[in-house]
Structures are given as structure tokens and as C-alpha cells.
Write a protein that binds this ligand. Sequence first.
Ligand code: FES
Length: 163
Amino acid sequence: MNEKPTKEQILGIIAKYGKAKEQLLAILLDIQEVSGSNCVTEEWAQLVAKELDLPLSKVFDVLTFYAMFSIKPRGKYVIEICNSAPCYVSKSEEVAKIFQDILGIKMGETTPDGLFTLLYTSCIGACDQGPVAKIGDKVYGFLNKEKITGIINEYREVVSCQK
Ligand code: FES
């Protein structure tokens, strides 16, 4: 996993939005972005609640309501494999196995380099392209071993170019 931001960095993000309560979503997104673990930890949620003078429960409501947030560490790229009925029928289980074999992790786990987390998701509205997986906003359909290998390599290359 990447380095954890300092308390000063988190305070800087909160200050950038003028400690405005209505900016809660933007603040949490920014914190997640710099987290190095693609999540907003309880420690930071507490800090946000304190600085914005909000109940901690309100911050957690937001963090648990929106699927884009996580309170547990995740990889830089979260691979969500659809396992709703139409995709299941078109072999989402096989697809999950291929991802697990290539990445060397099980569903729900994160690769040791902090790059990928594997999760199941429900229908993402691309049933006609099943089996389907989603990474961020991108949807990948008609998955097979060759395509999956290409996708993983593509993301690894993006990261190595950023170094
Ligand atoms: S069931 Fe998988 S995208 Fe709809």
C-alpha cells in the first residue's frame, strides 16, 4: 500500500473547502483519493466530523451510503465482478476464478502491492455483454481469459508509467 497521508494533509483538504458542511462529499472524496489505501479510515472520519462540527454518525452515513466510498483499505483499482443472474448464467464464476488466478488473491482481498481489490457486485446494467466486470467507471464485457489478462496488464502499465 502507498504511504498514509499526515493529519496536516487531511486538515489541508478540509480547510480547502472552508470547513463547509455542504462540502462533506467532496472532502471525503479528496481524502479517499490521497489515502493511499482507497478508503476513508475511522480516524479521518472522526477528524472530518470534528472539524465540520458534524456528528460522526452523519459522516459514516455518507461513507456507507455511497458505493464509491470504503472504510476498509482497498486497492487502487477495485474490480467488481457482476454476479447477478444474467451474468452468473454467462459464467461470472469462471471469470472470478480467472481474475483470482491471475492476481493470486481471493474475492474480497487486495493484492500485496495495493493495486487491485476483487469484489462481487450486483447488476451494473450491461447484462447483454455478460460476463461483465467494472473498474471505476469502466465496464468490461464478454470477458474471457485473454481479455482479462489484457485488462490487468493495461492497469499495471498505467501504474508503471506513473512511477
Ligand atoms: S446481470 Fe451482470 S450486468 Fe446485469
